[in-house]
Write a protein that binds this ligand. Structure first.
Ligand code: FPP
Length: 248
């Protein structure tokens, strides 16, 4: 029985988020430059998108570039930006063929113009696709997103009637980048690091976490299916007792 066959189609996570980590270490182990690891990470991206689509996951969010990643050597940042543009362009037809809708979260206005242009073109092109929604987190950090939400609420409060008592979870979430995207059910982080690294802090309040030692360029469909199987063995209680959950 293959790993894929072990997946229960009735208990799928709707939204899977991934912290793709370990490209640099993977390259170093092979005696290569860090960017060699990023280039090889693209295949793992492709595999993960395909695997998510195959089993019927509805949303897949990939942490591709964090606000903090600008602090890396300029050569690496430039290479990552070029890789993003070339990957977005080269995968454009595959996304259309597979009915994938592309979205982005993060401070997109802070990205190089070329990245912004390519991204917005393919987002528009895939807008009406109804299969998997692939969300790229680019120039993203959760603290930036939360502060940005607060700033926009303050701005709106000058022209709209915003009652303090009406600031609920639902209200606040409308100001986040992830508006209309359900919270992740499962978050995967590769490379044996046990951190969240400023990713979707608000949204992962009740998300199941899965950590693997596999370095991102070695991540593939089988590794993705292992994470799904682990997720399906867990009991999600959302603060309730086990008995309450079983009696639903
Ligand atoms: C983390 O590994 C990886 C990144 C910061 C970049 C991820 C980018 C890609 C996989 C390429 C393109 C992606 C898309 C979505 C088109 P690291 O460099 O932090 O590795 P290390 O921890 O071993 O140094």
């Amino acid at each position: 029985m293959s790993l894929k066959d072990k997946i229960d189609g009735t208990k799928l996570p709707v939204h899977v988020a991934v912290i793709m980590d370990g490209n640099g270490r993977w390259a170093k182990k092979k005696g290569n430059q860090r960017i060699f690891g990023h280039k090889n990470g693209v295949k793992a991206v492709r595999d993960t998108v395909e695997a998510a689509g195959e089993i019927g996951v509805k949303y897949l969010t990939l942490y591709a570039f964090s606000t903090e990643n600008w602090n890396r050597p300029k050569q690496e940042v430039d290479a990552l930006m070029s890789l993003l543009v070339s990957t977005i362009n080269s995968e454009s037809n595959t996304l259309m063929e597979n009915n994938v809708r592309l979205k982005s979260i993060g401070d997109i206005a802070g990205l190089p113009k070329k990245v912004q242009q390519n991204l917005s073109e393919i987002i528009q092109k895939t807008e009406k696709n109804t299969g998997l929604t692939l969300i790229l987190a680019l120039n993203y950090s959760a603290r930036w997103e939360i502060l940005n939400a607060i700033k926009n609420i303050v701005i709106d409060s000058k022209t709209k009637d915003i009652e303090v008592n009406n600031i609920s979870n639902d209200f606040f979430e409308k100001y986040l980048n992830t508006v209309e995207i359900p919270d992740p059910d499962l978050l995967i982080r590769t490379s044996g690091e046990y951190r969240i690294s400023n990713f979707l802090i608000w949204q992962i309040a009740y998300t199941e976490l899965f950590f693997t030692d596999v370095l991102w360029p070695d991540f593939n469909k089988e590794e993705f299916f292992k994470a799904i199987i682990s997720y399906q063995k867990r009991e999600r209680r959302f603060g309730k007792t086990s008995e309450q959950i079983k009696n639903i």
